[in-house]
Design a binder for this molecule. Structure first.
Ligand code: TYM
Length: 331
């Protein structure tokens, strides 16, 4: 079984990325062939600073390692270093109707947020993501819920390509149809400041716990998290979205069920609950912070891991692209 996923190097990771994506990756690396990408070509579709991009890439590689991804057990590499991604993306664009790209929720949201920067790359973003996934003949794509629609489109593109260019009469498939893998809980961690919106660093940094936030910052953000009317700690995502989100985070970091937590904090009030959550987050993230600090001084080692990853990824990518070009009559 092959697994592929990626994260954009747009600054520090938050616990939404961690709970929605990386935690699943860590489990999967034990039982599947995993490929995790640092998707820099996706990161440049929204406003960014060119002089910061290389640092963000290294930081993300360090975050992968600090979170527990093991380069002995999985491949990780930088997307732009394997040029086959951009090439396949172009080819897939020629069989994808414009309307399908214009309908994507993320495109509509980002175009609304940056009306001055609605570039063609933003529209074509899902094609590049489909290329990422299909190049590696991926079976499973572990992501948070916001990326589910892009994986569904990838499946559609694979089906269309296989039908159009697969070998007749049986249409022997060129691409595998990948399946999305959402975590059982945590597929959408909400902002601490606006629990009706997903946690997103670019949208509101205060609503976001970063993976490497210092203890004082974690404390400030949790204590300032928006809660709901009333005093009871119960899970009700409609009526109590703030507390429900905090309960989800608590449950995922502690391994305790929401039921157990509701019982434990019954009658205790919001402040006591938030203090316990602060302590839990500080303790859970401490080993990651420590590992990151250690890795920050080992940049050569980190770069070497990315280079090894690139070599291994490129072998697979080249083989798929060769087959695709043959089928399309380009070779
Ligand atoms: P990105 O960088 O926005 O997010 C990385 C991963 O984190 C998940 N995520 C969340 N999960 C739960 N709650 C949240 N609040 C939250 N915010 C983010 C995302 O779902 C994602 O899994 N397009 C992708 C990157 C990508 C990719 C790929 C993923 C490029 N190519 C191929 C899979 C396969 C993205 O922008 O992720």
């Amino acid at each position: 079984m092959r697994v592929f996923s990626g994260i954009r190097p747009t600054g520090e990771l938050h616990i939404g990325n961690y709970l929605g994506a990386i935690r699943q990756w860590i489990e999967l690396q034990e039982k599947a062939e995993c490929i995790f990408c640092i998707v820099d070509l996706h990161a440049i579709t929204t406003p960014y600073k060119a002089e910061k991009l290389q640092k963000n890439i290294t930081e993300l590689a360090i975050a992968y390692l600090a979170s527990g991804l093991d380069p002995e057990k999985c491949i990780f590499f930088v997307q732009s270093q394997v040029k086959e991604h951009a090439e396949l993306s172009w080819l897939l664009g020629t069989i994808t109707p414009l309307g399908e790209l214009q309908r994507m929720t993320q495109f509509k949201e980002k175009a609304k947020k940056h009306p001055e920067y609605v570039n063609a790359g933003l529209l074509n973003y899902p094609l590049l993501m489909a290329a990422d996934i299909l190049l590696y003949q991926t079976d499973l794509v572990p992501v948070g819920r916001d990326q589910q629609q892009h994986v569904e489109l990838t499946r559609e593109i694979a089906r269309r390509f296989n039908k159009k260019f697969g070998t007749p009469p049986a249409h022997h498939p060129v691409f595998k149809e990948p399946k999305v893998l959402l975590p059982k809980t945590g597929e959408k961690i909400m902002s601490l400041q606006n629990p009706k919106k997903k946690m997103s660093k670019t949208d509101d940094p205060q609503g976001c716990i970063e993976l490497f936030d210092e203890p004082e910052i974690i404390q400030k953000k949790i204590m300032a998290a928006v809660t709901d009317p009333g005093k009871t700690i119960i899970y009700d995502s409609e009526k109590k979205p703030g507390i429900s989100n905090l309960l989800t985070i608590f449950s995922l970091f502690s391994g305790k069920s929401i039921r157990e937590l509701e019982k434990k904090f019954k009658g205790g009030g919001y402040e006591k609950f938030k203090k316990s959550l602060t302590e839990l987050l500080i303790n859970s993230l401490e080993p990651l912070r420590r590992k990151r600090k250690e890795l920050l001084s080992r940049e050569v080692y980190v770069k070497e891991i990315l280079e090894q990853g690139r070599k291994r990824a490129q072998i697979i990518a080249q083989s798929t692209l060769q087959e695709v070009k043959k089928k399309m009559g380009l070779i």
